[in-house]
Design a binder for this molecule. Structure first.
Ligand code: NAD
Ligand code: MG
Length: 389
């Protein structure tokens, strides 16, 4: 926290995305608490410029270097510093002009800037689950060394985190991650084989970026979240359970060693976990819609269908075997999801690509950071070759 005026200065990495824009709504609603000091985007120059003019950050980064000139020119009459390129994300993460990074870039691309922020002693609000899936041991170890809090933004993990407040001395028996099940809950492979991009992009309860929406439809999202939970809460693989709860009202639960279960509930709205992470340990008043038990009076729970949604089984294997396997799975999944979004492969092919890649790339039990980078690259190349065949 900036001691001079107690305004928490936020570096919003991935400001033009679904999480990024909602985080800016939270910041705009609380100008006495938060300011946006860093904004970054991959290629949406128009929105980045608009955001910069409105929030007057210290620095913006546009990753796509072709767009640097346009952003620079649009902000020429302002004091906003403009950087471009992938490397600039890490350089800006190493600056001292902010207090907390909100890590809201999607995919593997979020890992290096987040590691830099931790090295730089900055608190992390973590939306980017892939960071922990790829290198959770290294990220969390570094955070402990640097005494940096990593506060989850993912709704399930925010729920668990909220359930754990005041429970530091108490042992967790297990965490129960709830999953909406996505748009294809109850469907079988003969249906899924024909599913198209547009259909898979319709999520029943949440509006999110394209990648996480597809991950929700294949249940890979819940697989990634199992691994995310393991690292965030220092759990053994067998302490992470998944249950389908299609209303998305209970955001997740913790069962303690006396059998007592705590849950966190609310309407599905990412602004709440975003606000909680930014303001932690405080809660701040807002006028988001409230959940009303008289309107939704049935909450249902069922076992996930892992025979149909095989990604969940693959993620279960990766969680249990550990090493570089989650990293390899994540890389193959990113390639497969982008190929599906470009109509290059069908819905069920995504799982085949991931499975074959996981079988192909050599297993490393205790990888270094470099070995994670190499495993990611190798898995991407192999998965991309499979798709080209
Ligand atoms: P999004 O696609 O809407 O936005 C992604 C952001 O990252 C954009 O600002 C984009 O410019 C930037 N970006 C994309 N690729 C990049 C790259 N290669 N280098 C640098 N920047 C890049 O994604 P989102 O839905 O906001 O999700 C962001 C992260 O939060 C993901 O890891 C996702 O799993 C997680 N998450 C999202 C939600 C949600 O409701 N959207 C919920 C829980 C967790
Ligand atoms: Mg989630």
């Amino acid at each position: 926290m900036n001691p001079e005026n107690h305004i928490k200065r936020i570096a919003l990495f991935g400001s033009t995305g679904s999480i990024g824009t909602q985080a800016l709504d939270v910041i705009a609603a609380n100008p006495d608490r938060f300011s946006a000091e860093v904004l970054t985007a991959r290629s949406n120059d128009e929105l980045l410029i608009q955001q910069a003019l409105r929030f007057k950050p210290n620095v913006v980064v546009i990753v796509d270097e072709k767009k640097y000139g346009k952003v620079k020119e649009a902000l020429a009459s302002t004091p906003v510093k403009v950087f471009a390129g992938e490397k600039a994300l890490e350089e800006v993460a190493a600056l001292d002009c902010y207090d907390m990074m909100l890590a809201a870039i999607v995919g593997y691309a979020g890992l290096k800037p987040t590691l830099k922020a931790i090295d730089n002693g900055k608190a992390i609000g973590l939306a980017n689950k892939e960071t922990l899936v790829v290198a959770g041991d290294i990220v969390m170890k570094k955070a402990v060394e640097k005494k940096v809090p990593v506060i989850p933004v993912d709704s399930e993990h925010s729920a668990i985190f909220q359930c754990l407040v005041g429970e530091t001395r108490n042992k967790i028996e297990k965490v129960i991650l709830t999953a909406s099940g996505g748009p294809f809950i109850g469907r079988k492979p003969n249906y899924l084989v024909n599913v198209k991009r547009e259909h898979a992009l319709q999520h029943p309860n949440w509006t999110m970026g394209a990648k996480v929406t597809i991950d929700s439809a294949t249940l890979m999202n819940k697989g990634l979240e199992m691994i995310e939970a393991k690292w965030l809460f220092n759990l053994k693989p067998e302490q992470v359970q998944v249950v389908i709860h299609s209303q998305s009202i209970i955001h997740s639960m913790v069962q303690f060693e006396d059998g007592s279960i705590k849950a966190q509930l609310g309407l599905p709205d990412m602004k709440l976990p975003i606000q909680y992470a930014l303001a932690f340990p405080r809660r701040i008043r807002n006028d988001f819609p409230r959940f009303d038990f008289r309107k939704i009076n049935t909450l249902t729970f069922e076992e996930p269908d892992v025979k149909t949604f095989r990604n969940l089984g693959l993620a279960h294997d990766a969680l249990h075997k550990g090493g570089n396997l989650p990293c390899v799975m994540n890389a193959a999944n990113e390639i497969a999801v982008y190929a599906f979004l470009r109509n290059r492969i069908n819905f069920l092919d995504m799982t085949d690509v991931i499975e074959k890649t996981m079988q192909q790339v050599s297993f490393i039990g205790n990888p270094t950071l470099e070995e994670y980078f190499d495993s990611d690259g190798e898995a991407r190349n192999f998965a991309a070759d499979l798709i080209r065949l």
